[in-house]
Design a binder for this molecule. Structure first.
Ligand code: NAP
Length: 248
């Protein structure tokens, strides 16, 4: 049986690239999304075209009941989970901290932090040898914002991603003797739709001069690091964070 991977936010951007590269490397893939069923369906079609099984599953990662139902569907339709990519994440429009409200902070932390923790918990219950599992790998999406702070734009997002990095370190150590590796990728400016969703559609192009490589990265360049961390090639890496930032 092929190993089974769940990618949250797999309908576009970095998540979609992870799904496609995973299929090419022999994973069966569950493609999670919230709004865009058609986009998730296109990713699933591409996974199947690569000869692998695919499932699209709608769930808001910040909603516990929806996350439980999502994992139950993956169990029932694809089988035993061996990989999780905690990719679903959101930014918000640029604001200073003294302009932000509670609703924004709740959304940032509910989706970017609690969502990843909920999915990780469910994955651990299936993968850890402590729970009768046969091991696996979890990869979390952080951001170079953790090192830069995102002043004047998304300090809350940067702080949420910092929480993800500490979660990665702690969970990696907690599971190190239980067959589950936990790592993170820290992308720099990547050319996806996330910038438009925060009201800055040209952000990736405009920031290019600030990047040592003078260009934004691609979703595929981030996915390649994610797939390495999912694979046996990274068998001695856990609790670590890999920068994919063009030198930034
Ligand atoms: P994106 O193009 O905006 O795609 C986000 C994906 O997440 C979509 O598939 C979306 O699905 C899904 N999603 C959003 N909210 C969700 C929720 N509550 N539950 C489940 N799925 C949800 O983003 P991206 O640029 O590929 O970013 C992917 C990850 O990399 C994020 O964690 C982001 O913070 C991180 N990152 C990105 C960059 C960058 O420059 N792009 C840099 C550093 C870190 P629907 O469309 O169906 O809602």
């Amino acid at each position: 049986m092929a190993p089974v991977l769940l990618v949250t936010g797999g309908s576009r951007g970095i998540g979609a690239a992870c799904c496609l590269q995973a299929a090419a490397r022999g994973w069966d893939v569950a493609v999670n999304y919230t709004r865009d069923a058609a986009a998730a369906g296109r990713v699933a079609t591409a996974v199947r075209a690569a000869g692998r099984r695919a499932l699209t599953v709608q769930a808001d990662v910040a909603d516990e009941a929806q996350v439980l139902a999502m994992f139950a569907r993956v169990d029932a339709e694809l089988g035993r989970l061996q990989g999780l990519v905690n990719n679903a994440g959101v930014v918000d429009r640029p604001q200073r901290v003294d302009e932000m409200d509670m609703a924004r902070w709740r959304r940032q932390f509910d989706i970017n932090v609690i969502g990843s923790m909920l999915c990780a918990r469910e994955a651990v219950r299936r993968m850890s040898t402590r729970h009768g599992g046969r091991g696996g790998a979890i990869v979390n999406l952080s951001s170079v914002a953790v090192r830069l702070g995102s002043a004047g734009q998304y300090v809350d997002y940067a702080a949420a991603k910092a929480a993800i990095e500490t979660f990665t370190l702690g969970l990696g150590r907690e599971l190190a003797a239980e067959g589950v590796r936990v790592n993170a990728v820290r992308p720099g400016i990547i050319d996806t739709e996330i910038h438009a969703s925060g009201g800055l559609p040209d952000r990736a192009r405009e920031l290019a001069p600030l990047i040592p490589m003078q260009r934004p990265g691609t979703a595929d360049e981030v996915a390649a690091a994610v797939l390495w961390l999912l694979s046996g090639e990274s068998s001695y890496a856990t609790g670590s964070v890999v920068d994919v930032t063009g030198g930034r």
